[in-house]
Unconditional design. Structure first.
Length: 168
């Protein structure tokens, strides 16, 4: 009986320490890649169509709108490595895309890896600066998701500024 208690307490100790190790390992893994919204870069374009109705969208009050609404949101990935699982980004996109996605004619989420040129302390004043000659942040673009009228139309993966994987 005494040996059984000793064996049982030893097993419980192993299980306890294994649980602590797995929990700590999981915390370290989840902190490796951190996604930070770069709200300073986000932009929304509204184009008034005028008398011609290019869209036949109804807003929440049921009124037909005659404008085009486009939005782009940017995100910084700290600790990115090429081995990073696409599922990490996919899960983030599913959780963080707008619930009213269908109100946008086009909506995009752009993910940029942290580098010397773009990081938490060094964020351009606006997204247009990303297009400025000499600001070579395009090599740091890693993922782009785009929707049209609430429907996912494309998912691109970039490496050194070039598309490496395209899913439509």
């Amino acid at each position: 009986m005494k040996k059984y208690k000793s064996d049982m307490s030893t097993k419980l100790k192993y299980i306890y320490f294994l649980s602590i190790f797995l929990f700590a390992f999981n915390c370290i893994q989840s902190q490796k890649e951190i996604i930070i919204p770069l709200t300073k870069l986000n932009n929304t374009d509204t184009i008034l169509v005028g008398d011609v109705l290019l869209l036949n969208k109804k807003d929440s009050s049921g009124l037909v709108s005659n404008f085009i609404l486009n939005r782009t949101e940017y995100f910084l990935i700290k600790g990115y490595t090429p081995e990073m699982k696409v599922q990490v980004i996919d899960r983030y996109v599913r959780k963080n895309k707008p619930s009213d996605l269908e109100k946008f004619n086009s909506f995009a989420m752009i993910f940029i890896k942290e580098s010397a040129e773009i990081n938490e302390k060094n964020v351009p004043d606006n997204a247009e600066m990303l297009e400025t000659p000499g600001f070579s942040v395009h090599k740091d673009f890693i993922f782009s998701y785009s929707w049209e009228n609430g429907i996912l139309k494309g998912k691109l993966r970039f490496e050194n500024g070039k598309i490496t994987d395209k899913k439509n």
